[in-house]
Design a binder for this molecule. Structure first.
Ligand code: HEM
Length: 406
């Protein structure tokens, strides 16, 4: 779907999430966006691009003015037709958001996350044992894809061995991002979504009969006790967790490994001082974050940084652009694992701040810690080779990354 959208109304910059070349490296295209107030684009519906760090925070911190509810008009009807219109925590505003978030975040406490640590270590070690059988391995297929999906399966209390099926479903649903507004969602994507829903509808029915210590059982209880979580909301949340919880963390591990491979001095620094790992992970999130942009709708006529934004305008809240804004981060294009402060917005900001941030950080620190410990020398197998990215601009990640070691 290359080049379908032209940025004709704004020739001084290029923004086209459906262009493969743009997706492969969007960062140079963000630079002109720092020079002025948010720009307007017409993608078949009015759209504003918010890229500056201060502006991104302003939008995220004002959910009354910038709504997370997907409009039901024709440009977005393809999404609601395919995926339903029951609000998820991600796509709702207060008071619905407040109620859903309170219910669903009960099981994401730091204690609950810490309890998962031994199992995550075990999964990472098993995956790396398998990967180490050859002289090189595909980081995505062998570690970054399976680890988060196995962890979320474990949390939900479904068999981790089914991860390839989960991965297939979630890859397909994420691909829906690549469907132009107004175009129908391909049948195979709808089918994957329906299979995923049918699988979890059955799991929910089972937990209702015989609850276990897992998250699905806890959510079923939240539904049954107070009728607080409707059956459809429960199902939508479980599906959201599988999607939000795996594609993003996969891409943190992939994009982060690529950054370390491209900056051997930073990798050497990390080896010399493993205590820098938490800081290095924050820099990976800032430098090449898994979520390039999120989306809001202006609920009233307003101004951001002097630009007029009319009620009903879609707003691309460009988290990854904000994280490279020179006004917020000195030398923003430099990957520096000692960067401090590093107040990136890779997990969002305000009421929708990522529920899974603690889990993602834990999984990444276990994955990188295990790789560094296991392989004394680690490098990109083809440092100059072309990179293959997956089909979504919004969730940025590689489809493969060959790693050599000795
Ligand atoms: C590196 C990994 C991750 C990144 C970069 C990330 C990023 C984000 C961002 C930017 C948002 C806010 C979106 C918005 O404001 O529109 C968000 C929300 C959310 N994330 Fe994550 N996420 C990650 C991992 C996870 C994991 C592991 C889970 C769950 C297991 C998860 C579950 C959620 C949920 C449920 C929300 C919605 C929260 C709300 O709307 O109140 N995420 N995430």
């Amino acid at each position: 779907m290359n080049g379908v959208i032209e940025t004709a109304s704004a020739p001084e910059f290029y923004f086209n999430p459906w262009d493969e070349a743009f997706r492969a490296n969007p960062y140079p295209h963000y630079k002109p966006l720092y020079a002025g107030a948010p720009r307007h684009l017409d993608l078949g519906f009015p759209l504003a691009l918010v890229a500056r760090y201060a502006d991104v925070r302003q939008v995220l911190l004002d959910p009354q003015l910038f709504s997370s509810v997907q409009p039901k008009d024709s440009a977005f009807a393809n999404q609601t037709d395919a995926f339903g219109d029951t609000p998820t925590v991600l796509q709702s505003d207060p008071p619905t958001h407040t109620r859903l978030r309170r219910l669903v975040s009960r099981d994401f406490t730091p204690r609950r996350i810490r309890e998962l640590e031994p199992r995550i270590r075990q999964i990472a070690a098993e995956l790396l044992n398998k990967a180490a059988r050859n002289r090189s391995f595909d980081l995505m297929a062998d570690l970054a894809n399976p680890l988060p999906v196995m962890v979320i399966a474990e949390m939900l209390g479904v068999p981790a061995e089914k991860y390839e099926t989960f991965k297939h479903w979630s890859d397909k649903v994420v691909e829906a991002d690549n469907t132009l507004p107004g175009m129908p969602i391909p049948e195979e994507i709808k089918n994957a979504f329906n299979e995923l829903r049918a699988y979890f509808a059955e799991q929910i029915a089972r937990r209702r009969k015989s609850p276990g210590p897992d998250l699905v059982s806890a959510l079923v209880a939240a539904h049954d006790e107070a009728e607080a979580l409707s059956a459809e909301e429960l199902l939508q949340f479980v599906v959201l967790l599988l999607l939000a919880g795996n594609e993003t963390t996969t891409n943190l591990i992939g994009n982060g490994t690529l950054a370390l491979g491209r900056y051997p001095d930073q990798l050497a620094k990390l080896r010399a001082n493993p205590g820098l790992l938490p800081n290095a992970i924050e820099e990976m999130l800032r430098y090449d974050g898994p979520v390039q942009s999120t989306f809001r709708i202006a609920t009233r006529d307003c101004e951001v940084d002097g630009a007029e934004i009319k009620s009903g305008t879609g707003v691309f809240v460009m988290l990854a652009a904000a994280n490279r804004d020179p006004a917020a981060f000195p030398e923003p294009d430099r990957f520096d694992i000692t960067r401090s402060p590093n107040d990136h917005v890779a997990f969002g900001e305000g009421i929708h701040f990522c529920i899974g941030a603690g889990l993602a950080r834990l999984e990444a620190s276990i994955a990188f810690g295990a790789m560094l410990e296991r392989f004394a020398r680690l490098r990109l197998a083809a440092p100059e080779g072309p990179l293959e990215y997956k089909g979504s601009y919004f969730l940025r990640g590689l489809s493969r990354l060959e790693i050599a070691f000795d």
